[in-house]
Write a protein that binds this ligand. Structure first.
Ligand SMILES: Nc1ncnc2c1ncn2[C@@H]1O[C@H](COP(=O)(O)OP(=O)(O)O)[C@@H](O)[C@H]1O
Ligand SMILES: [Mg+2]
Length: 317
C-alpha cells in the first residue's frame, strides 16, 4: 500500500460523511419549509373560515333582531284588535238588547190587539177579516218568540242569568208544557204523550228556565214531526242523573247536521220550511249546562230523533 493512502481514505470517508450529512440536512430543511408553507396555508384558510362565521353571525343577529321587532309589532296589533273586538262585542250586546226591547213592546201591542179583534171586542168579524187577524196574530207571535230568544241569548252571552233554584217536581212541570204545546200537536195530528202522573221525581232547578228548555225540546219534536205520528216524553233516573227523553218519529237529524245542531242560528237541512231562528237548542243547551246538566242528541234511532236532557240528581237532604 503506498504511504499516505490511509489518510487519503480517511479524508475521503470524512468527505463522504460530510456530503451525506449536508444532503440529509438539506432534505430536512426542505421538509421544514414545506411544513411551514402548509401551516401558513391552513392558518389562512382558518382565518377565512372565521371571517365567514363572523359575518354569518352578524347576519343571524340582524335577522333575529328584525324578527323580534316584527313579533313585537304583531303582538301590539293583536292586543289592539282584541280591545276593538271587546268594544265591538259590548256594542253588539247593547244594540241587540236595545233593539229587542224596542221591538218587543210594539209587537206585544200588535199581538194583543189582534187577539182582542179575534175575540170580538171591536164587533163581529167577517170570515175574511178573521183570517187576516189570525195571520197577524200568528206572525206577531212568531216575531215575539224570535225577539225573546235573541234577548235570552244576549243575556246568556253576557253572563247575566242567575238561576233561582228550588226542588221542582218534574211530572207537573211536564204537564204544564203539554198544556202549552198540545194544541199545536193536535193541529198537526201529532200525539203527544207525557209520563204518567205517578212519577215523583224532583230536580233542583230554576223552574222557569227548566220549562223553557222543555218547551224548546218538545216544540222541536212536534215541529219536525209528520202528521199522524207520536212524540213521547219519558223520565229515566239513576243515582247521578235525571234524564228527560223527548222522542219523535220525524225527519231525524242528518250526519252532516249533527255536529252543528247546538250552534247559535244553526238550522238543519230541511228545516227551512218550519218557523224558527235556530237559537232554541243553543239557548236550551246553555241553560242545561248552567244547571250542571246537558242536552244531547241520542244517536241510533232508526227514524226520528231522541233528544236527552240530563240534570244532576238532587242531593238527598
Ligand atoms: N226533533 C228534531 N228533529 C229533527 N231535527 C231537529 C229536531 N230538533 C232540532 N232539529 C234541528 O236542529 C236545528 C236547530 O234547532 P233549534 O235551535 O231549536 O232551531 P229552530 O227550532 O229555530 O230551527 C233545527 O233547525 C233542526 O234542523
Ligand atoms: Mg227550536
Amino acid at each position: 500500500m503506498p504511504p499516505g493512502l490511509p489518510q487519503q481514505l480517511i479524508a475521503l470517508v470524512l468527505l463522504g460523511v460530510i456530503v451525506w450529512q449536508g444532503l440529509t440536512n438539506h432534505k430536512r430543511t426542505d421538509d421544514l419549509i414545506f411544513g411551514q408553507h402548509k401551516l401558513m396555508a391552513l392558518t389562512q384558510e382558518l382565518r377565512g373560515k372565521q371571517f365567514v362565521i363572523e359575518s354569518q353571525n352578524e347576519t343571524l343577529a340582524a335577522q333575529v333582531d328584525a324578527r323580534t321587532s316584527e313579533l313585537r309589532e304583531s303582538n301590539m296589533r293583536l292586543a289592539t284588535a282584541n280591545l276593538e273586538l271587546l268594544e265591538l262585542d259590548k256594542l253588539r250586546s247593547a244594540v241587540l238588547s236595545n233593539v229587542s226591547h224596542e221591538l218587543r213592546t210594539p209587537l206585544t201591542g200588535i199581538f194583543g190587539s189582534a187577539q182582542n179583534l179575534r175575540d170580538g171586542l171591536a164587533g163581529g168579524l167577517t170570515t175574511a177579516q178573521q183570517e187576516y187577524v189570525g195571520m197577524i196574530e200568528k206572525d206577531s207571535g212568531r216575531l215575539i218568540r224570535v225577539v225573546n230568544e235573541l234577548l235570552e241569548w244576549g243575556r246568556l252571552q253576557a253572563g247575566h242569568i242567575e238561576l233561582d233554584r228550588a226542588a221542582v217536581p218534574l211530572q207537573p212541570m211536564l204537564a204544564e208544557v203539554a198544556v202549552l204545546l198540545r194544541p199545536v200537536a193536535d193541529r198537526k195530528g201529532v200525539q203527544l204523550s207525557m209520563p204518567d202522573g205517578e212519577s215523583t221525581v224532583h230536580v233542583q232547578a230554576d223552574a222557569d228556565k227548566l220549562k223553557q228548555i222543555l218547551i224548546n225540546l218538545v216544540d222541536n219534536a212536534v215541529k219536525f214531526s209528520p202528521p199522524q205520528s207520536r212524540v213521547d216524553v219519558r223520565i229515566e233516573t239513576n243515582r247521578q242523573a235525571v234524564k228527560i227523553l223527548v222522542e219523535d218519529q220525524g225527519v231525524g237529524v242528518s250526519l252532516e247536521d249533527r255536529p252543528h245542531l247546538f250552534e247559535r242560528f244553526y238550522r238543519g237541512h230541511g228545516a227551512e220550511a218550519a218557523a224558527g231562528s235556530g237559537l232554541g237548542l243553543a239557548i236550551a243547551k246553555n241553560l242545561a249546562r248552567l244547571h250542571g246538566g246537558d242536552i244531547a242528541l241520542q244517536s241510533g234511532a232508526a227514524r226520528g230523533s231522541v233528544f236527552v236532557l240530563s240534570l244532576p240528581m238532587e242531593a238527598e237532604a
